[in-house]
Design a protein around this ligand. Sequence first.
Ligand code: ZN
Length: 148
Amino acid sequence: MRCPSCGNPESKVVDSRPSEDGTAIRRRRECLECGRRFTTYERLGDNPLIIIKTDGSSEAYDRQKLMRGLLSACAKRPIAPEQIALLIDSIETELRNASRNEISSKDLGDMVLVRLAKLDDVAYVRFASVYKDFQNVEEFAAALEGLR
Ligand SMILES: [Zn+2]
């Protein structure tokens, strides 16, 4: 999404609304370099979600990867793969409804944790220990405490 004036790739979205026929999102963007405003249209459905990692790098959202992480967190727990698929569906729906096209890995992890907490305590702690990157034993204990 490069600025048509200066070619700078970074812009901020100043307005976002559905197109008239409802099949696309019309966004007004402002170039962070020169301030030029321009309009982009993004079709619904083929709008990839970008994950911003804690080190600042980014990668495309990968449902299969999230699924694998959740399956290992839920290993040997009484959770059906269909429940995990529903959990991921609900996250994807929430992001789509909010017109989000990028999210930090931490926020995505938090969205998973809110849902896992309702499903299974053990799976929650396993997933949390990976995603929350606990700094010390006290933080980990506090997270466990939060489950009670
Ligand atoms: Zn520009």
